[in-house]
Design a binder for this molecule. Sequence first.
Ligand code: 5GP
Length: 202
Amino acid sequence: MKKGNLYVVSAPSGCGKGTILAEILKKNTNLFLSVSATTRCPREGEVDGVNYYYISEEEFKSEIESGGMLEYAQYCGNFYGTPKKKVLEKLNKGIDVILEIETIGAMQVKEAMKEAVLIFILPPSVAELRRRLNKRGTEEQEVIDIRVKEAVEEIKRAVNYDYVMMNDELENAINDFEAILKASKLTIENNKNMIGKVLENA
Ligand code: 5GP
């Protein structure tokens, strides 16, 4: 059976990637969004097992030691990581998987799984990103400053990705994301069988 595609999506916090991904997941039923583990506290409205698995630093470190994390990174003082087992299970069943992770972790995934497709979502500008974070109102000013600084570093790493797109208008962004999903399905690497089949009786 053909394996699923692994998509790694990164975007600075406040870029609207959650909204884009929610729309994409509604339209594409063969896509699974991996739930990460984190040591950060849940924000208001977040649910354990849905938004993240909220675990202690001890639990997180023991997961790393037992090889249970596909990748992990520290971001703004907290650990974030992708539990490996579920991702591999889905890929082996032919289901496409999306990891919504930051850039250091994304590089680890590319290193471990060369076939992963890395997508970076840009904000229209850093000033707009700050405005969106302020509007969201879930973080203190000091935390917003740290996140903006981190965002600038992340945007510098976008050059290492396979695809880049901007979230200025939601509808355009969704269309761009779908175009990337489609293009990634049409690579030679993904379609060697198809060529072989056409040539079978030639
Ligand atoms: P937030 O605290 O805003 O939910 O997430 C902060 C950052 O951590 C975001 O850039 C998000 O993409 C990233 N993140 C979430 N889950 C993971 C993960 O499993 N691994 C890595 N490396 N980053 C993650």
